[in-house]
Design a protein. Structure first.
Lengths: 353, 297, 341
């Protein structure tokens, strides 16, 4: 036993002496797997892009981390020298805050969170605003005037995306009805297929979704020869190139590099960073082969207006399904209001609960 | 009417991947073995079928590979139960852990990929959107009556059931409980794995960790629901498949129904079945179910 | 002539130690098969999970629910019942405990905690009583079914009536008031009251099962129910009672996890603690000291899973395979005599 202990001690010292010093140790945890062609993959890829652009950075990465274990894994990463951590899953916010309190010298960046601390900031893409563009495309492409939206869980960001999808479609096609369905899980392939089929049976001929990964939806649309828009990954295009209209990819741009540099320079400040297409946080995908030129033109026009700030997707008056005004005339909801959705807009069929 | 037809069409499709493990477990439990590891077997089947189908670009090779893997894995369970007198529940749980972990490791490189899939054949003419299924769906529903016939109308089936009632008496009558149990285990393993393979290649078209979402356990519930009868298993599977589809169709029609309440239906129904027919269950269940057999053979 | 107690004690301890060594050996073999360096892996896990005070504390944190869920399986086991429903009982305990935590404001912490603990035990007890009462159905199967119902019930409440309004974004209940949170000990770690409750019940179990009349009756029911009935022991009542007690402890594990670690009820509170408890009980042969050691070991393996993901890029799924291999090996009873080959 003593020999083992000495061995461990020597190895630790030896390891410490021999290892080269990285300029920064960055850690990330995700709730799913890194190759889900969706949300988790986008976070992982941004992390790898950081490593590529800043080779002196050492990366610590763990996937499939349950929420109850998050604190322990984050602490473990800190023990190994991490100074910048990305708890990249919404449910990690409170555990990460706890760890942040104990380690004021470590910076935490959380996607989608709504709380700040001296060493805790958040970031997210203004997805809802970009989803409006997908709605515009859908409104122009639909022949039945019925489009569908599949959400994972009825949370604000999902409802917001559905609303944006619907409002965008209505902007170019006032007769559109949007059907909203929830599978109850972020990743349940069989349910996703069943949801898509249910929407198609209702007559929807364009399907949008907000799930961890849109692959199952894409394949079902393919079989039924129905159009779909992709989110949150552009990689899904290859699953059904013919019926792909366009999509949104969470690309995060060089944001991670920006943050890492701020941490190294000591200039980092806690903030809710919310950026959209204009900053490269989201990318509008290329168009599929069946999309007519006029449609492309209109969508790109709207995109330009969105980037310039001229277009406000959530400008009032907007009513909910019961007819109550939720966004009054003359006001508009901005990126920080995206957590307030617990309602669906007029003209959407489906329940927000 | 068309609402009903599209619901039925979906129900049949979603019934198939759960009918397979249910049939397998019915046979297994008829020899007195409870296998909690069905979930692991299904996941093994799903991951292996997907991986092999990707590598060979042939769905059938994938399904065969999955069947083989399921058979082998379940033989480990059978060996532990038959030859090491292991607790069936512990052995089943071990199989469950194994399948969950192994499938994740096997499937890892193939997440987010496309494999070769099963072609679909329409039941009602080429133009219909409903009732178009791959062969495994048709086969599942054809298999159930065959299993019933085998269990209840052949002498081999009688001997198999005898082992489930009392291995000692079966042995005394010249039947080998060990052989019957291995035979049943082979069938269960193949069935559960094929069920998982169908889920991956026939319905979902992808592989994700844990994609069976508890179907392996639901199958055990359905075995009780169907009171160890393969024909009633069809109904149980349809109820389950139907609940999955119904929930989503109701939502698509704007009827707000809590997904959780809908998901509870198969379990609540099973518990009700137990309550209502409960007193009879003790007599209907194979008498030696779950008990370790310390026989001499 | 039955073996005297002292020899049985050492024999049991030896069997336990051999099991532990075998498990560690399998772990190493498994790592080697996965293409990882077993020596370095062991060094990493020892360094980060055992020799490191915070790492060790985390192992204990993971061990706390296992102590209780293993007891939740052990008590029915002694009565001859197989309780695979600890997962469901865990969640129902969390559910009822949450209701008490959120709906009784203005209480002192000691009173509130007591009520929360009792509510958690009650939730689990009720969920355990149902299969117990359905006497004629095989309890293995009914407990399993209820495992599936429980998260759906929790989901219904967490998404529906109990959802925190300010968190329209995410399905969870509002945060527990401070009076309902389990106190933590040893600042800098997450060790909480649940661990000490687990130890308390483990000691109580150990004492009562072997030295009290209740323990004797329980074991009699498990050993030979017919004989017990003839001796006048109320067998049916003990069956339900054992399930109620087992469920209560699993339920306590659930509310402890929520009140200590999460602070609010959400869907994702159990990474399989119920099944792991079954595994622990099984490896420990329902022996109290065994449960203590095996809970620690299983918690250690689970912690290593995360550590090795960081240091060796070992996928977490490997831990499940490892648990399976351990269980397969133990089930195969390689050293047992008198088992036909």
């Amino acid at each position: 036993m003593k020999r083992v202990f000495l061995g461990v001690l020597l190895a630790a010292i030896g390891g410490w002496a021999l290892a080269a010093e990285p300029c920064l140790v960055v850690g990330m945890i995700i709730g799913g797997t890194k190759d889900d062609a969706g949300y988790n993959q986008s976070q992982y890829e941004a992390l790898m892009a950081l490593k590529e652009k800043m080779p002196c950075v050492e990366i610590l990465f763990a996937e499939n981390v349950p929420e109850g274990e998050a604190e322990a894994v984050l602490e473990s990463m800190i023990q190994q020298g991490a100074k910048l951590l990305f708890p990249a899953g919404f449910g990690y916010m409170f555990p990460a805050l706890n760890v942040a309190k104990r380690h004021p010298d470590v910076i935490f960046m959380h996607p989608g969170g709504y709380m700040l601390a001296d060493n805790f900031g958040t970031y997210f893409s203004n997805v809802q605003f970009a989803y409006y563009l997908l709605g515009v495309a859908a409104g122009l492409m639909t022949k039945t005037n019925k489009i569908g939206f599949i959400g994972g869980m009825p949370i604000a960001f999902v409802l917001g995306n559905c609303n944006a999808f619907h409002l965008g479609a209505r902007a170019v096609n006032p007769n559109v009805t949007t059907y909203f369905v929830v599978t109850g899980a972020w990743l349940d392939r069989a349910k996703e297929v069943a949801a898509t089929q249910a929407l198609i049976q209702q007559g929807c001929d364009v399907i949008g979704s907000h799930l961890d990964s849109p692959i199952a939806v894409a394949q079902t649309c393919c079989e039924a020869e129905v159009f779909f828009v992709g989110y949150p990954s552009l990689a899904v295009q290859k699953f059904c190139p013919e019926y792909w209209i366009t999509g949104l990819g969470l690309t995060w741009g060089d944001f991670f590099v920006e943050i890492a540099q701020q941490v190294l320079a000591g200039t980092w400040q806690p903030a809710h960073v919310r950026r959209g297409i204009e900053a490269g946080f989201i990318t509008l995908g290329e168009f599929g082969p069946k999309v007519p030129e006029e449609v492309k033109k209109v969508v790109l026009e709207y995109k330009a207006r969105l980037i310039s700030g001229e277009l406000q997707p959530f400008a009032g008056p907007i009513r909910d399904q019961a007819g109550n005004v939720r966004i009054p005339e003359g006001t508009a909801w901005g990126p920080l209001d995206m957590g307030k959705f617990d309602w669906l807009a007029e003209g959407i069929v489906g329940s927000p609960k | 009417m068309s609402w009903f037809l599209s619901w039925l069409s979906g129900a049949i499709l979603y019934a198939a991947p759960i009918l397979y493990p249910t049939l397998g477990e019915v046979v297994g439990q008829r020899t007195g073995m409870v296998n909690l590891g069905l979930e692991g077997l299904m996941l093994l089947g799903a991951s292996i079928s997907f991986a092999v189908s990707f590598l060979t670009q042939n769905a059938w090779v994938g399904i065969l590979a999955a069947a083989g893997a399921g058979l082998t894995a379940n033989f480990v369970y059978a060996w532990l139960v038959v030859h090491r007198n292991a607790s069936q529940l512990a052995a089943g749980l071990a199989l469950m852990f194994f399948g969950i972990g192994m499938s994740a490791l096997i499937g890892k490189p193939y997440v987010g990929q496309m494999a070769a899939y099963l072609p679909k054949y329409p039941l009602l003419g080429p133009k219909s959107l409903v009732f178009r299924y791959d062969i495994l769906v048709y086969f599942a529903f054809a298999l159930a009556p065959l299993v019933w016939f085998f269990l209840f109308r052949t002498s081999f089936g009688l001997k198999l059931r005898a082992v489930g009632e009392s291995p000692a008496i079966a042995y005394a009558a010249g039947v080998s409980p060990a052989f019957m149990r291995y035979f049943a285990a082979a069938f269960t393993g193949v069935m559960a794995a094929v069920g998982g393979a169908h889920l991956a290649l026939g319905i979902a078209g992808t592989w994700s960790e844990g994609m069976t979402a508890g179907r392996g356990f639901i199958a055990i519930a359905l075995v009780i629901f169907s009171r160890w009868n393969p024909l009633r298993a069809i109904i149980g599977a349809l109820v389950f498949g139907g609940a999955v589809v119904l929930q989503l169709q109701l939502q698509a029609q704007g009827i707000g129904v809590s997904a959780f309440l809908m998901d509870m239906i198969p379990y609540v129904l099973t518990v009700l079945v137990l309550l209502v027919w409960g007193r009879g269950v003790r007599y209907v269940a194979p008498a030696s179910l779950g008990r370790v057999y310390f026989g001499t053979e | 002539m039955p073996k005297p107690n002292i020899i049985r004690f050492w024999h049991g301890l030896l069997r336990l130690l051999v099991t532990v060594v075998v498990i560690l050996g399998i772990f190493g073999l498994f790592l080697w098969l996965m293409g990882r360096d077993p020596i370095k892996s062991y060094r990493d896990t020892f360094r980060l999970n055992l020799l490191n005070p915070r790492g060790l504390a985390e192992v204990v944190v993971r061990m706390s629910p296992l102590l209780l869920t293993a007891l939740g399986v052990a008590i029915p086991f002694r009565a001859g019942l197989i309780n695979v429903g600890a997962e469901g009982q865990f969640m129902m305990g969390a559910l009822l405990g949450t209701w008490v935590a959120l709906n009784l404001p203005g209480l002192s912490q000691s009173l509130h905690l007591l009520l929360v603990i009792l509510a958690g035990m009650l939730g689990g007890a009720v969920w355990g009583a149902i299969p117990g009462a359905l006497g004629w159905a095989n309890e293995t199967i009914t407990t399993l079914l209820l495992n599936y119902l429980a998260p759906l019930v929790v989901g219904y409440f967490v998404f529906g009536p109990w959802r925190a309004p300010e968190l329209a974004m995410y399905p969870q209940t509002p945060e527990f008031p401070p009076s309902a949170r389990f106190p933590m000990f040893f600042p800098g770690t997450r060790m909480h009251l649940g661990f000490f409750l687990g130890l308390f019940f483990l000691l109580a179990y150990g004492y009562l099962i072997s030295r009290s009349r209740w323990g004797l009756e329980l074991r009699a029911v498990g050993g030979n129910p017919e004989a017990a009935r003839r001796l006048g022991i109320p067998v049916e009542r003990w069956i339900v009672g054992a399930m109620v007690l087992g469920g209560a402890l699993a339920g306590l594990a659930g509310i402890a996890e929520v009140a200590a670690i999460h602070g609010r009820l959400k869907m994702a509170i159990s990474p399989g603690y119920g099944f792991m408890g079954f595994l622990v009980n099984w490896l420990a042969f329902a022996n109290p000291i065994g449960i203590l050691i095996m809970s620690f070991l299983v918690a250690f393996i689970a912690s290593s899973g995360f550590t090795l993901q960081l240091t060796q890029r070992l996928p977490y799924a490997a831990v499940n395979v490892l648990m399976a291999l351990i269980l397969f090996t133990v089930l195969a009873k390689p050293f047992a005599k008198g088992v036909r080959r």
